[in-house]
Write a protein that binds this ligand. Structure first.
Ligand code: URA
Length: 238
């Protein structure tokens, strides 16, 4: 199993999970009040695993980072830290320091389904970078019957208006006339809608079912979220 995250300097870890600046975190560590997995550590440069149990005068700091969460996103919420007109996915979270979380692969306001949130930038990069080939699986409904030719076109890649390069190869499985499952490994702006648009069709419903090997937990009602398991976190290689 991969480790969930790279080892991190203790002072950097403290600064990322608390409100201490890096220099205050250093002072705190040198004062001897910080323990890692039960042992006092006074060297700010010590590398610790991101999963370590770090305590400040006996109180665990681990609960506030790093976090890996899955949310079942309802329609009507935007995947942004804040928005002047709409509610954001962070409004659905009952978390300390929600502003430290970011979305690993945004969904449009009217798209439902799996959203991953984390404060681990390396981890989310492995999900969003097209080079890392992390497949996102979408359930799609369309206004018109889906033409068989789309399977080949999407596999070859299509030119989307204003984009310089074809989309990367994608896998389309047609379920019936107006329903399909599409797997893509990039996250261009409105990508699925624009791919069907390029074929003269319109997406009427879009729902993300999976990201890599992480599937939306069917026990989560819309708007609910849970922490990822260690295996789910590790399934995203980084
Ligand atoms: N593609 C889209 O068009 N919208 C989404 O929300 C996700 C992928």
């Amino acid at each position: 199993m991969n480790t969930p995250s790279k080892p991190i300097r203790l002072d950097r870890y403290l600064a990322s999970v608390t409100d201490y600046s890096r220099s205050d975190a250093k002072k705190l560590i040198k004062s001897g009040d910080i323990a890692v997995d039960g042992r006092a550590v006074t060297d700010p440069s010590q590398l610790i695993p991101a999963t370590a149990d770090v305590t400040l005068m006996g109180a665990s700091l681990r609960a506030i980072g790093p976090r890996y969460l899955m949310l079942n996103k309802p329609q009507g919420y935007v995947c942004a830290a804040r928005d002047r007109r709409h509610s954001t996915v962070l409004d659905l979270m009952d978390e300390d320091n929600p502003e430290r979380l970011h979305v690993a692969g945004r969904l449009d306001i009217d798209t439902t389904g799996l959203v991953l949130l984390t404060d681990d930038g390396n981890w989310s990069h492995a999900i969003t970078s097209p080079q890392r080939k992390c497949w996102k699986t979408y359930y799609v409904e369309t206004a018109e019957p889906i033409a068989e030719r789309c399977i080949e076109h999407f596999a070859r890649g299509v030119f989307l208006k204003d984009d310089k390069a074809r989309t990367l190869p994608a896998e389309l499985s047609i379920i019936d006339d107006c329903r399909a499952r599409l797997k893509i490994c990039e996250g261009r702006y409105h990508q699925v809608k624009r791919m069907f648009g390029a074929e003269g069709n319109a997406v009427t419903r879009l729902h993300r079912e999976a990201i890599g090997e992480i599937s939306l937990d069917s026990s989560l009602a819309e708007g609910e979220y849970r922490a990822l398991s260690a295996d789910e976190i590790a399934s995203v290689g980084h």
